[in-house]
Design a protein. Structure first.
Lengths: 144, 146
C-alpha cells in the first residue's frame, strides 16, 4: 500500500533512496586535484601510493566521497536542500571501486522550516568508508 | 617530519590572510562533473565547493596549508572530518568574502606509539552585504610518527 509522508514525523526511520557510483574514475580525480590546486600526490600519482601499501591505485579525494552523498541528498530533496553536512572519513576509496551513498532520517529538527536530521554514509560492499549527519530541508513529499 | 608540539600549539588563533573568491561557471561545471552528478540549475554552486573555495578565498592554498603545518609526502596528512553549514545557497559569479583561522591544535599519542596532530580550522563565507552564507570547520590529521 502506498502512503504519502505528509507528516514530517513519519519520515523518522525512512531509508533515503541510495545512489551508486560505479567504477570511480581516476581521470576525475586528476581534474579535481587541478581544481583544488591539491599537491598531494596520492590522488594522481599511482607510484606515490606503492610505499603506503596501496599498490598502484590512487585515492579518491575526501570531498569527492562526500559529494556522492550530497548528490544523493539533492536527488531526493532538490538542489538547495542541504543545510549542514558533518562527515567523518573512515577508510580511503580507490579508483575503480564502486560505492553506494545512503542514509536514514533520524529526527525532525524544526517543523516550521521542515528541517530534518539524517544519518548519512558511503559504503563499499559491506564496509562503511564515510559516515556522518546531514541537516536538510524537506520540500518534496515521499511515498513509502 | 619532526615538528615540536610547541610549534604546532602556537598555530592556535592563526588568522588566514582573508580575501574574496568567486566561482565561475566553468569551474562549477567541471567540479560538478567530477562528482558524477547532474549539473545544477539556476547558477547554483555544487555544495562540495565548500572544500576548496573557502581555503583559496581566505588567501591560502592547500599547498600553503601543508607548509604551515609542516607536512609533506604521501601518507603525511589525512582527513578526520568536516562540519559544513549552508546558510544560503552559493551562486556562480558572486564574490564571497572569506575569513578564517586555526581554532584548535592537539598532539595525540596513540596506545600503539603513533603520534599525530589534530588540526582544526574554520572559515566563514560572507556576501557583499556581510550576510553569512556558509561556514566550514575542517579537521585534519597530521602524522608525525606512524
Amino acid at each position: 500500500m502506498e502512503e504519502k509522508m505528509s507528516d514530517l514525523s513519519s519520515y523518522i526511520g525512512f531509508d533515503l533512496p541510495t545512489l551508486e557510483v560505479n567504477l570511480i574514475d581516476p581521470q576525475k580525480m586528476k581534474t579535481m586535484a587541478a581544481l583544488l590546486r591539491d599537491p598531494y600526490p596520492v590522488h594522481w600519482d599511482q607510484n606515490a601510493n606503492e610505499s603506503l601499501g596501496f599498490g598502484n591505485r590512487v585515492i579518491n579525494q575526501g570531498p569527492l566521497n562526500l559529494s556522492y552523498i550530497a548528490n544523493m541528498l539533492m536527488e531526493w530533496q532538490g538542489p538547495t536542500c542541504i543545510k549542514r553536512l558533518k562527515a567523518k572519513f573512515l577508510k580511503p576509496v580507490f579508483d575503480g571501486e564502486t560505492v553506494v551513498a545512503g542514509g536514514k532520517v533520524l529526527d525532525v529538527l524544526e517543523e516550521s522550516s521542515s528541517r530534518i536530521l539524517c544519518q548519512i554514509w558511503l559504503s563499499r560492499g559491506d564496509e562503511i568508508v564515510l559516515t556522518g549527519e546531514a541537516e536538510i530541508i524537506v520540500t518534496k513529499e515521499e511515498t513509502d | 617530519m619532526i615538528v615540536s608540539e610547541e610549534e604546532m600549539l602556537d598555530l592556535r588563533g592563526y588568522k588566514f590572510p582573508g580575501g574574496v573568491r568567486t566561482v565561475e561557471h566553468w569551474e562549477n561545471w567541471l567540479l560538478t562533473d567530477c562528482t558524477t552528478g547532474q549539473q545544477l540549475p539556476d547558477n547554483l554552486v555544487h555544495p562540495i565547493a565548500l572544500f576548496h573555495v573557502p581555503i583559496q578565498g581566505s588567501g591560502c592554498s592547500i599547498s600553503e596549508l601543508f607548509s604551515l603545518v609542516r607536512v609533506q609526502g604521501a601518507g603525511s596528512v589525512g582527513l578526520d572530518g568536516y562540519d559544513w553549514e549552508y546558510f544560503h545557497p552559493l551562486k556562480e559569479d558572486v564574490p564571497y568574502l572569506c575569513e578564517g583561522e586555526v581554532i584548535d591544535v592537539q598532539r595525540v599519542k596513540t596506545d600503539n606509539g603513533k603520534i599525530y596532530d589534530r588540526f582544526v580550522f574554520s572559515i566563514d563565507l560572507l556576501n557583499e552585504s556581510d550576510l553569512l552564507i556558509a561556514r566550514v570547520t575542517n579537521h585534519w590529521r597530521l602524522w608525525r610518527k606512524r
